[in-house]
Design a protein around this ligand. Structure first.
Ligand SMILES: Nc1ncnc2c1ncn2[C@@H]1O[C@H](COP(=O)(O)OP(=O)(O)OP(=O)(O)O)[C@@H](O)[C@H]1O
Length: 378
């Protein structure tokens, strides 16, 4: 899912994000042998902290049939005259509580991986003019027409220096105007996918936009709201009986390096395992059963983030921050087993069910916004 913000200068923040560099799977394909990664020594030290970032054995991307329930049909997809269509749309509008009910009774019956295609939902949020823009008497250049369409009015100059306005119409899965609250953003974007996380699925929510466009403002409240709903779901008998637990981790990618935001910015290593899955070695995960604890962890992680100052944002995120909420199934360990064995086997005794990742990308700025960047920011 992409939450994309526009600013009022008519820039759709489409400039490529140049920094920091994010390592790719390919970057490690020629890396060191993976066997040592699973050696007993390493498992002893890092066992509980091993986390695969992009893949997990028993989960899958939102498949078309699962995702079609919580999300309304995308305007980009040609409409099919399907008898069930009304039914699907009305079901999608019934809200979280019923989604939950459905999710519980409808434990993903299919192990079908037949449509293992990721479904993307693009949501645009318009932010209000900020104080600087108001004081400079800048125009509001975005018109939100309805919940899916907006127009950008781009001021331009002809070659003879006559001013004119170029209009660009855009259509998205959803458009939220400046009056919407963070809670409404949550309901439009993340809420519908919570039940699916409990059905062996992983999903990612990220914000994209230039510096100062409101990514952090939009992203920061989402994990806590999601954790609230996930904790609520964990208490449903069906998941209680299966010993499902919620785990949280939070790290950042800054200058091409990874740091654990919940472990005093301890540097982390990224590796690829024998199954070509990306793993983060040493990342601390914490089991969370209470929303207050989740809040504390998030606040602690936020305080450790790398920020700097740009022309468009005094407190600009300079890193990509990734907060993950993982649902795991715990398999009880027999009490007779020795403590040492128990610790070594901790990773084996939990099985990943699903994972929701929130990514707050570092801002990308126009040339004009880089002029008063401080040294750290650059
Ligand atoms: N929808 C909004 N309503 C009110 N204020 C907003 C909104 N969006 C952003 N802001 C304000 O605009 C400023 C910049 O927002 P924010 O830090 O979230 O931008 P950003 O895109 O994360 O920037 P960077 O990429 O530089 O980190 C903040 O002071 C924030 O409070």
């Amino acid at each position: 899912m992409l939450l994309r913000s526009l600013n009022f200068n008519g820039e759709s923040a489409s400039a490529p994000i140049s920094e920091p560099y994010t390592p790719t799977t390919q970057s490690f394909s020629g890396g060191p042998p993976i066997d040592g990664f699973y050696s007993p020594e390493l498992r002893g030290e890092f066992g509980a902290g091993l986390l695969d970032l992009h893949a997990m054995d028993d989960s899958e991307l939102l498949s078309e049939n699962v995702a079609s329930e919580p999300f309304e049909a995308s305007p980009f997809v040609p409409k099919e005259t399907d008898d069930d269509e009304d039914d699907i749309i009305s079901r999608s509008q019934q809200g979280l509580s019923e989604n939950y009910g459905g999710a519980i009774t409808r434990e993903k019956e299919s192990n079908t991986k037949e449509s293992n295609v990721g479904k993307i939902k693009v949501v645009v949020r318009k932010r209000p003019l900020n104080r600087k823009e108001i004081s400079r008497k800048e125009d509001d250049v975005i018109d939100v027409h309805n919940s899916q369409f907006l127009t950008v009015h781009e001021p331009k100059l002809k070659v003879d220096l006559t001013a004119y306005v170029d209009k660009h119409e855009f259509c998205f899965d959803a458009v939220l105007d400046e009056a919407v609250t963070n809670d409404e953003v949550y309901r439009e974007t993340v809420e519908p996918i919570i039940p699916i996380i409990f059905q062996r699925t992983k999903a990612t929510c990220f914000a994209y936009g230039q510096t100062g466009s409101g990514k952090t403002y939009t992203m920061q409240p989402l994990p806590l709201r999601a954790a609230q709903d996930m904790v609520h779901l964990l208490h449903q008998p069906v998941y209680l009986s299966q010993n499902f637990k919620l785990w949280l981790s939070y790290f950042e990618i800054y200058g091409g390096k990874l740091y654990d935001l919940l472990s005093e910015r301890r540097p982390l290593c990224i590796r690829e395992d024998g199954k070509k899955q990306v793993c983060i070695v040493g990342l601390q995960e914490f089991e969370v059963s209470d929303v207050r604890i989740v809040k504390e962890y998030i606040e602690r992680g936020n305080a450790s983030r790398s920020t700097g100052s740009t022309g468009a944002n005094e407190e600009s995120s300079r890193s990509h921050a990734i907060l993950q909420l993982a649902v795991k199934k715990h398999i009880p360990v027999t009490e007779t087993r020795r403590q040492r064995d128990r610790e070594a086997n901790e990773a084996k005794n939990t099985k990943l069910v699903g994972k929701l990742s929130f990514i707050d990308l570092a801002g990308s700025e126009r040339g004009a916004d880089t002029t008063d960047n401080d040294k750290q920011t650059r």
